[in-house]
Ligand binder design. Sequence first.
Ligand code: PBG
Length: 325
Amino acid sequence: MLQRPRRNRSTPALRDLIAETHLKTSDFVWPVFVVEGSQKKEAIPALPGIYRWSLDLLIPQLKEALALGIRSFAFFPKVDESHKDSTGSLSLDPQFYLYKILRSLREEIPEATLITDVALDPYSSDGHDGIYKNGVILNDESVEILAKQALLQAQNGAHIVAPSDMMDGRIAAIRKTLDQNSFKEIGILSYAAKYASSFYGPFRAALDSAPKSGDKKTYQMDPRNKTEALRELRLDIEEGADMVMVKPALAYLDIIQLFKEMSDVPVVAYHVSGEYAMIKAAATQGLLDEQSAMLECLTSIKRAGADIIFSYYALEFAKLNKGQA
Ligand code: PBG
């Protein structure tokens, strides 16, 4: 035999030498759940190890993350049921607690990148990403609110706004609104190919944001489709997206690879709540080794082509990778 591929695998040093994919702590964005009030660190049963933080406890937590090399954070606010309504009007209230959190974080941790979620579902009494009326999600009416929401987020300190709603035309509307209000430097991370997935379950439990009726299939993408993802990608880039996301990650590695080939903006993958919860649950039952399963999953997301990874494992990865950027 002239060809013996095993020769290159014979020692750990050799394997590192020929490794083609390298995860870095700076690849990660940590999704963070926040809650109003003080002295709150609320456990989320569906997401072991993940908490909802009030501002006072959040600050030291984010400082710890920064010390470990995690410098970008995506915020998801928990809203009390009594503050939800059909148009998600809380998100347009300048007094909304998330805006106070953003302003404080800009002062306390100026080196961090603050990413905010643009969508109605955390604020909607219907649990939908847009306005729900008689069984229909109203696109253009929703986009108007989303653009205002993005503006408030920018005004209060977000560096990047991330529309996760999947309404048509929202990237253009948000770009226009930001530009007209002198927020030309605020970036848009578009959830471009967001699939109607069962892997969002634990996230919806964390925010109490599951749809009250129906599902999200009239706006989120059908898992059977790939060409359609290219259409969403093209439109979002034409409309001004600075980064494009594929979500979830593991069941959509082919879409991540496609985005990497077809786009000239950074590709983001969201390793979503259900993907995290699955590893946790299996590890808790002794079915697999959590650390190596986590590393294998995150590595395959990077290998598929993701430049940036949103993951609830960001902090755990950073701890493992300590000392390296
Ligand atoms: C909704 C939103 C969802 C997630 C991020 N933004 C859930 C949904 O679409 O129902 C899910 C993230 C996760 O599961 O970790 N705008």
